[in-house]
Unconditional design. Structure first.
Length: 129
């Protein structure tokens, strides 16, 4: 999956002092999680991961700023992401970054669904541009 994302130029990284500080993935669809809303023109952010040595530097806010421009360049009206519903601190952080909390979903079972989505409910977040 990661190799395909790299080939498709959907894997992004933030470099600080020649070190990878943060990585994330973009997509233009996410039907398993967003179901009928997947038809909307949106950029989906996935697997934002910060190197522990660089935590607290506000990378999500930088990614959101970058994503706004990226979405507009691709004629998208929304930026969306999801995260495990049991992480209240992270859920609140996404709200502080400007996302609207839309509730919790439990993805339908599917062999095409990535393994990390088979572990419970997910909070949905959306930002309208």
């Amino acid at each position: 999956m990661v190799e395909a994302e790299i080939r498709e130029k959907r894997q992004w990284k933030i470099i600080v002092n020649d070190k990878i500080a943060c990585v994330f993935v973009t997509a233009f669809n996410d039907p398993f999680i967003w179901k009928e809303k997947d038809a909307d023109p949106a950029v989906y952010l996935h697997r934002i991961a910060t190197n522990p040595a660089f935590r607290g530097m506000g990378f999500v806010k930088l990614i959101v700023d970058w994503s706004k421009e990226f979405a507009q360049q691709h004629q998208k009206e929304f930026i969306r992401l999801d995260t495990g519903s049991d992480n209240e601190k992270l859920n609140n952080y996404y709200i502080s970054c400007g996302f609207n909390y839309l509730g919790v979903i439990n993805p339908d079972a599917s062999p095409a669904l990535p393994l990390h989505y088979k572990m419970g409910g997910y909070s949905l977040f959306e930002m309208k541009l």
